[in-house]
Ligand binder design. Structure first.
Ligand code: DP6
Length: 351
């Protein structure tokens, strides 16, 4: 037995975290190297859409390499185990104890699997938090939030933003200290109407998407609008940070909708090109714009890499917007499915 093995502080244990998904207003789209974003992004963490992950570990003196099993909603999931192997390959140099312990990872989401909510963000962030806690229990070394965010990024880019609650940036840009390696929490005083922002997620389709985000990121590599996109995201980010401080909902709406539609325009203009929006997604977009115009209520949309629409609005307008959603938008959803969510405070350790 090596010196390192005998030095670990515990033989076994269990750690458990809940961690939210997040929704980007300025979108991460395109990456280089290992999960380094082409452009900076800004998101807020959700409250009700989260992953709960527990990791049980026990020392195995016979172990000569990583050993883990993964259960999603109580069922062993080999497909996800393969994806996780790539993640573990990226982190075993940091966590050498992984070579001497068996892990059982059990995970479940509060939101439906194919609801269009980024489950990779909440699940990799929850796993990174669990592994960091085990690292602390075995070695006595506590990782900072930034180090945990860096770890989550190696699983899925957007996951690095889920390690914090509230509003977070990820990626270098001119006006602020923000890193490509981890997310940074926006500490500035934000306007109250963005501290209680609501997000009603309209499920237009539950079908599995035709092209994964990871494949979409790769298509930015030789995209004809690559440089323009990078400039656009940088500009939108600087505008958005100001808007969040001064409560300018018109400015927010402009950035959010331009980012959402630009993301899909990039997909439509890549080679090969593809469309993830459905006729009902476009119908909802038009109805939101009409409603806003007629009622002078600050409500807008953002869209991730899929057909589902996130309706964003301040809590003070909840009543009117919920009525509008019920009466005018739900008919365009799959089985009238939707999820009411809002800005949340971040991960929690479960004891
Ligand atoms: C459109 O983080 O899911 O949601 O790094 O390959 O795992 P990988 O991609 P992922 O991409 C998210 C893209 C997006 C925009 C965003 O969340 O910023």
């Amino acid at each position: 037995m090596t010196q390192k093995q005998t030095a670990y502080l515990r033989k076994e244990g269990v750690v458990k975290y809940t961690c939210p998904s997040n929704i980007a207003i300025v979108k991460y789209w395109g990456k280089t190297d290992i999960q380094i974003p082409l452009n900076p992004s800004l998101s807020f963490s959700l409250k009700h859409s989260f992953t709960q992950t527990s990791v049980s570990y026990f020392f195995d003196s016979a172990n000569k390499g990583l050993r883990f099993s993964f259960y999603f909603e109580q069922k062993k999931n080999e497909k996800f185990e393969q994806k996780l192997s790539v993640f573990f390959d990226r982190i075993t140099d940091k966590f050498s104890w992984l070579n001497h312990y068996n892990l059982k990872i059990e995970s479940q989401n509060t939101f439906p699997h194919s609801s269009g909510i980024a489950s990779s963000a909440s699940s990799y962030a929850a796993l990174a938090l669990c592994l960091s806690k085990i690292h602390q229990q075995l070695t006595g070394v506590e990782l900072s939030c930034e180090e945990i965010s860096n770890l989550a990024r190696l699983g899925s880019g957007s996951a690095c933003r889920s390690v914090f609650g509230g509003w977070n940036t990820w990626g270098e840009f001119t006006q602020k200290k923000s890193s490509n390696l981890h997310a940074s929490h926006l500490h500035e005083h934000l306007h109250a109407s963005f501290a209680d922002i609501q997000d009603t997620i309209l499920i237009v389709s539950k079908d599995k998407k035709e092209v994964s985000s990871t494949a979409g990121h790769q298509l930015m590599e030789n995209h004809p609008y690559k440089n323009g996109r990078i400039q656009q995201a940088n500009k939108n980010l600087v505008t958005l940070i100001e808007v969040l401080k001064n409560g300018d909902w018109n400015g927010f709406i402009e950035v959010a909708e331009s980012e959402a539609l630009s993301l899909h325009a990039l997909m439509m203009s890549s080679t090969p090109s593809y469309t993830l929006l459905l006729p009902n997604s476009i119908k909802i977009v038009q109805l939101i714009r009409e409603f806003r115009e007629q009622n002078k209520i600050p409500v807008c949309f953002t869209i991730d890499a899929g057909p589902n629409i996130h309706v964003l609005y301040p809590a003070r307008n909840k009543k009117e917007v919920n009525e509008f959603i019920q009466n005018d938008l739900l008919p365009y959803c799959d089985d009238k499915n939707f999820i009411n969510d809002e800005l949340g405070t971040g991960p929690t350790e479960i004891n």
